[in-house]
Ligand binder design. Structure first.
Ligand code: GLN
Length: 533
């Protein structure tokens, strides 16, 4: 087993996750199997309770674990399906150690960070790596070197470095190379952060320098000299037009060859799969505009998987998707709205804020025959909007937002019981049956699918018949027909919503069917508006 560890210095937000994912991708294209692990040095057990305003999107794995969005990058770049084990947090490590202590497993010793916490960290990493029987285990340490939280993890990494053979362990450090007012590339922050790393007993093998421009030869030389890495191991990571370009930038910098040599992987040529995907992306012939009407709009990262799913669907339709982000609360001061876009998407969410505005967007899409995709809360709000404006139940609502005469979205009885006991969500991959002859069946091309969930509320079974007789079709269901999973409006050019989150399964080489249908319909709509077809 080979280990590649990715750390970050200077500041957060340098794209460590994209760097790790891109390294994984170049290795995959060389024919190696890669198993990624993300370390999040926070005390939370997982990201389930974290606020998207603060932390970006909560990504959901197939086993239902709620994790940091970097795991989404791994799944998309490396083409793997991960489980909760691939995300280590301080909370998970400490609770395991405390559990063992209570069970008397430490035989009366004083339980300490070194060796007990660090042993547990090393064991976890090695167990996951060995279970997957991969060639290379890629470990990304979240946070910035020097943070108090990441100390035990970096100490565990230092110990692993000593324990593993030279050719089995490699450390990649990502830093920032800022430009001064005269445009000169400054290496001091990199020098300082490498010094910080060294004070912890770690020595980088590769330095990835993030910069607005490509690193100049002289900058690379300087970093090489001051940080004691060969110049060829200083990798220039200039701001890319698109994150999917990063693996190719790394290859151009020779990182693939350097990694292979240092890790003694033997020479293997890349199969060029990623290049062909990026070529497809670059050769998009037309543009299509999608309005995403949500509430965490100012924090772009909060809808990252939706953005990627749209982009991927665009690439497979030779189109570039331009996303306009609309804060649904902005609509609430108006009675009439207009959205200039070729398609409207209402994403998932929690809580009442902004829901009335989202329903205005749904009504607008429904009444004006504009392609529409609703996801999770977007699905539930489509049901509420339809109940209010088509069935005429003006007070129809979800019990998530208060008491109502017409609770068209509600908790199922067993969920009520669970919620009383402290609340938990329906999470992860669940099998769904799709009705033949529907748009959903056409898009997926099969009767049974599995998609990822993250919700508590459901379409109230008492209203299904009435909704369907008014023209709404529930084309997908689960749990023996008790839970509605997909809805569509046959009278509309494309109006589809899903209780699940299809965005979490969209991959560069396997786009998500609902997103494909939606983007295709938006392209068609744009052409019609422009009189092109
Ligand atoms: N708040 C809704 C529920 O809990 C929808 C959740 C979501 O959009 N992820 O069911």
């Amino acid at each position: 087993m080979k280990f590649i560890v990715v750390t970050g210095g200077v500041m957060s937000g340098l794209g460590k996750g994209i760097t790790a994912a891109s390294i994984g991708r170049i290795l995959v294209d060389m024919g190696y199997s890669v198993v990624p692990i993300k370390i999040d040095p926070y005390i939370n057990i997982d990201a389930g309770t974290m606020n998207p305003f603060q932390h970006g999107e909560v990504y959901v794995l197939k086993d239902g674990t709620e994790v940091d969005l970097d795991l989404g990058h791994y799944e998309r770049f490396i083409e793997v399906e991960l489980t909760g084990d691939h995300n280590i947090t301080t909370g998970k490590i400490y609770s395991r150690v405390i559990e063992k202590e209570r069970a008397g497993e430490y035989l009366g010793q004083t339980v300490q960070i070194i060796p007990h916490i660090t042993d547990e960290i090393k064991r976890w990493i090695r167990d996951v790596a060995e279970n997957k029987n991969a060639d290379i285990c890629l470990v990304e340490v979240g946070g910035t070197v020097g943070d108090i939280e990441s100390m035990p993890f970096l100490e565990a990494i230092r110990q692993m470095h000593n324990e593993e053979r030279e050719e089995d362990f490699l450390l990649v450090h990502v830093t920032l190379v800022p430009l001064d007012s005269g445009g000169e590339q400054k290496t001091k922050p990199t020098q300082h952060s490498v010094k910080e790393l060294r004070s912890l007993g770690l020595h980088p093998d590769v330095i990835v320098g993030r910069c607005k421009r490509e690193l100049e030869e002289s900058t690379k030389k300087k970093i090489s000299l001051f940080c004691d890495v060969p110049a060829e191991a200083v990798i220039s990571a200039k701001d890319a037009d698109d994150i999917y370009e990063v693996p190719l930038i790394f290859k151009k910098e020779g990182l693939d060859r350097y990694l292979a040599r240092k890790l003694r992987l033997g020479r293997r040529d890349s199969n060029g799969k990623w290049e062909s995907f990026v070529d497809m992306m670059r050769s998009a012939r037309e543009e299509v505009t999608i309005a995403v009407v949500g509430k965490y709009i100012d924090v772009r990262d909060s809808y990252i998987s939706i953005r990627e799913a749209l982009k991927i669907a665009g690439i497979h339709n030779s189109a570039r998707v331009l996303v306009i982000w609309i804060d649904s609360e902005d609509f609430e001061d108006f009675t009439e709205i207009e959205i200039e876009a070729d398609g409207i998407l209402v994403p998932g969410g929690f809580g009442q804020r902004g829901v009335e505005g989202k329903m205005m967007a749904i009504k607008y899409a429904r009444e004006n025959d504009i392609p529409f995709l609703g996801i999770c809360l977007g699905f539930q709000l489509s049901v509420i909007e339809f109940s209010r404006n088509v069935l005429g139940y003006k007070d129809a609502n979800s019990t998530e937002f208060g008491e109502t005469e017409h609770p068209v979205i509600d908790l199922l009885p067993e969920q009520k019981e669970i919620d009383r006991l402290g609340g938990t969500m329906r999470l992860g991959d669940i099998e769904i049956t799709i009705k033949k002859g529907t748009v959903a069946h056409f898009l997926y091309g099969k009767d049974k699918i599995s998609e990822r969930h993250r919700h508590r509320f459901e379409v109230n079974p008492e209203y299904i018949e009435e909704l369907e007789s008014a023209g709404l079709v529930f084309s997908g269901y689960s749990d023996g027909g008790r839970r509605m999973e997909i809805l569509e409006l046959p009278s509309h050019r494309f109006f589809l919503a899903t209780q699940f989150h299809p965005e979490f399964k969209a991959k560069p080489f396997s786009p998500s069917p609902p997103f494909m249908g939606f983007v295709r319909s938006a392209i068609q709509f744009r052409r019609e508006v422009n009189g092109e077809s």
